[in-house]
Design a protein around this ligand. Sequence first.
Ligand SMILES: Nc1ncnc2c1ncn2[C@@H]1O[C@H](COP(=O)(O)OP(=O)(O)OP(=O)(O)O)[C@@H](O)[C@H]1O
Ligand SMILES: Nc1ncnc2c1ncn2[C@@H]1O[C@H](COP(=O)(O)OP(=O)(O)OP(=O)(O)O)[C@@H](O)[C@H]1O
Ligand SMILES: [Mg+2]
Ligand SMILES: [Mg+2]
Lengths: 258, 258
Amino acid sequence: PTKVFSIANQKGGVGKTTTAINLSVGLARRKVPTLLIDLDPQANATSGLGFEKVPGGSLYDPLHGEGVAMDKIQSTREKYLSVIPSEVDLAAIEMELGQKEDYLVQLKQVLQPVIDSGKFSAIILDCPPALGMISMNSLALADYLLVALQCEYLALEGLGQILSVVEQLKEAEVNPNLAVGGILMTMYDSRTKLSKEVVDEVRNYRPDLIFKTIIPRTVRLSEAPSFGKSIFEHARLNPGAFAYGKFAKEVIERFKLE
Amino acid sequence: PTKVFSIANQKGGVGKTTTAINLSVGLARRKVPTLLIDLDPQANATSGLGFEKVPGGSLYDPLHGEGVAMDKIQSTREKYLSVIPSEVDLAAIEMELGQKEDYLVQLKQVLQPVIDSGKFSAIILDCPPALGMISMNSLALADYLLVALQCEYLALEGLGQILSVVEQLKEAEVNPNLAVGGILMTMYDSRTKLSKEVVDEVRNYRPDLIFKTIIPRTVRLSEAPSFGKSIFEHARLNPGAFAYGKFAKEVIERFKLE
Ligand SMILES: Nc1ncnc2c1ncn2[C@@H]1O[C@H](COP(=O)(O)OP(=O)(O)OP(=O)(O)O)[C@@H](O)[C@H]1O
Ligand SMILES: Nc1ncnc2c1ncn2[C@@H]1O[C@H](COP(=O)(O)OP(=O)(O)OP(=O)(O)O)[C@@H](O)[C@H]1O
Ligand SMILES: [Mg+2]
Ligand SMILES: [Mg+2]
């Protein structure tokens, strides 16, 4: 069966894209057939994997009834990883989707055939830093929300809000299957007290949700996208590569991916 | 005269709020009457200055024709600084504004009386990480766009996009006054080559726009909001405080604030 993960958080710069790229490659390297979909008009996951932002390459047309999502799937250097890239036009979706009748399930309708095809065990959705149409559509479709959470105070402030969106969507019967898959702590700086305090706070607040793996802040992780590579290709012996490798393993175990 | 500055960038986590708070306090400490308006539903600038997110405290009601912006202005511990806080309801504005006739100038209409009052020399607008209704409204109103830009590769990718929005608004005659005030490099980490490369690249690309002041990455800056204080109150001898002090001086000189 295909499991869909939405990596969303309205707080910006918390490591959503870095997690989307490196989790996807981490799963693919463990032979889990994975599809990464870049839903952010900034297209950072697209360029972070070395793809161009080509007009017509994204889900923009299928969301307007032109063409189908299956045709937008591209293969990557990783045997078990495919990608649907983003493009700048996706930004217009925020306004345009809002004017449709059943505006929350547009993405679900477009991607259902891909899910039903059974080609992928995991579908990873990278979202923009907002709780607008695109992120809400991704949560209306997803089985699990994965929250990337920077080890910083301001990021902690918004945690309650993103977690409550899941409850709202369940109660509104938009997506009864949706659950919070977990909270991944990112950019942990072992030199600072702040990082440790934020992790302790999240561990006390939601011990059931926090992943065991903590992603350290390493320069190699922030360099990798400039080469269009995952951390595994850019610096495979870096602590960031070990952490995302461990995280991929933890995701496979927690969600029984095959 | 009152000058309006919009701190906007669709890239998340680049230091928009940290700059909004510390520039505002930096200007106020140099006796420039300043108003900081938190337009981000996350309300980080609100809590970062120690204010509560009180329903009815933001511009939400005035944007719906109830009440006026002047009444939402609150004083702070800083003699020359006032604030209009944010609240969660502001998120609904993204959808609701889009359905009005002249949706780009709603904020301008609400804030025009505050600008015309001449009470403030500088108005600073903190925006959410998106180019949606709220950010576009702020740019339709502003005299200058200030771009906070993290010294990271992914942040560099989005620079062209935010700069081009200014051209679009000018050409569309929405805001012929709008100009790019400058690019502030933030979270500079002198230990990494990446920071230096990104700064060099921006300096080559737009030498006319980059501010001389560069904000270093310091833990004290990321701690300060958890105490509801600016960097000047939290750690006045920290490199972050010197940098934002210098930046406030540079802004006063570049825009001739009184
Ligand atoms: N563990 C890490 N160590 C060092 N740098 C990191 C790490 N994770 C992410 N970064 C860098 O921090 C910045 C923010 O990360 P990223 O862009 O992945 O966050 P995001 O949540 O996707 O941002 P946005 O909200 O704009 O979509 C990027 O420049 C990225 O390269
Ligand atoms: N110079 C700095 N040194 C260290 N940490 C910083 C610095 N500037 C900002 N930060 C921290 O980095 C994180 C992102 O900064 P901030 O929230 O100001 O960015 P933003 O652009 O307003 O984010 P958003 O896109 O979510 O609105 C915050 O946790 C903040 O405390
Ligand atoms: Mg991202
Ligand atoms: Mg902010």
